[in-house]
Ligand binder design. Structure first.
Ligand SMILES: Nc1nc2c(ncn2[C@@H]2O[C@H](COP(=O)(O)OP(=O)(O)OP(=O)(O)O)[C@@H](O)[C@H]2O)c(=O)[nH]1
Ligand SMILES: [Mg+2]
Length: 221
């Protein structure tokens, strides 16, 4: 009985996500769902990424947090539009919350819509939002065992960003362990090393975004 309820919730979410995806595909933009633990550097990455993309590739951001509008305020100056979704006690964004926010957004001119999910390494993985691609962040201070311990999020990633690599020399973190664990759960997604602090790897991230947007447009997105 309990399993049936969970399945129904996920089915209902998937139906709304499919409608979101159909809507987004009309605009030729790339919608990226960013997921990670709290504090891995999602908002900071967006603060760096969006100015680097520049006015030729306009971006909007939708950001989920339990409370506050702090992240939307941080990215607001760089975006066409920044929308904060407060989930109250919810540990992830749902397709319905995204659908409501999309209804208030202007999608015409956008090259990218970034959806910063609620900081959580477990729940967001289960909920399709209608995005085209999933970017999963793992920061160096979190430790090199997280892919093995929390495989679900990494399994569904289209790109994995190892963030805060400027701290690699400071903390006891072995990238080879991450690579070994990823070889078991996801061999499809590239692993990019980035630092929003030093700028290392941001060019590779921008290349990935542009390639993925071009591929999605070619596939009819
Ligand atoms: N050293 C270092 N610190 C970073 C880097 N990126 C982000 N930080 C710091 O990490 C902290 C958390 O960054 P945020 O971007 O707010 O993290 P977040 O993933 O958006 O967090 P939530 O929205 O709470 O889930 C801040 O103090 C940032 O300055 C980085 O590349 N290097
Ligand atoms: Mg944030």
């Amino acid at each position: 009985m309990r399993i049936e309820v969970v399945e129904n919730v996920l089915k209902a979410n998937d139906a709304v996500a499919a409608a979101n995806r159909r809507l987004l595909e009309r605009y030729g933009l790339l919608a990226v769902n960013l997921m990670s633990s709290p504090g891995s550097g999602k908002t900071t990455l967006l603060e760096r990424t969006i100015p680097m993309l520049g006015p030729a590739e306009p971006c909007s951001v939708m950001v989920g947090d339990l409370q506050t509008t702090r992240d939307a305020e941080r990215v607001g100056p760089y975006t066409v539009q920044a929308t904060q979704i407060n989930t109250g006690t919810g540990c992830h964004l749902s397709a319905t919350q995204v659908a409501e926010a999309l209804g208030r957004m202007e999608l015409e001119r956008l090259a990218y819509l970034f959806i910063e999910n609620v900081g959580n390494m477990v729940c967001p993985a289960e909920f399709d939002l209608g995005e085209h691609a999933r970017a999963v962040l793992l920061s160096v201070p979190e430790g090199d065992d997280k892919v093995a311990k929390y495989p679900t999020l990494f399994q569904k990633a289209d790109v994995i960003l190892l963030t805060k690599v400027d701290l690699l020399g400071v903390l006891d973190f072995h990238i080879d362990r991450v690579r070994e664990d990823l070889a078991r759960v996801n061999t499809r997604a590239p692993l990019l090393r980035v630092s929003s602090r030093t700028g290392e790897g941001l060019g590779d991230w921008l290349d990935w975004l542009r390639r993925t947007r071009a591929a999605a447009a070619g596939a009819g997105a």
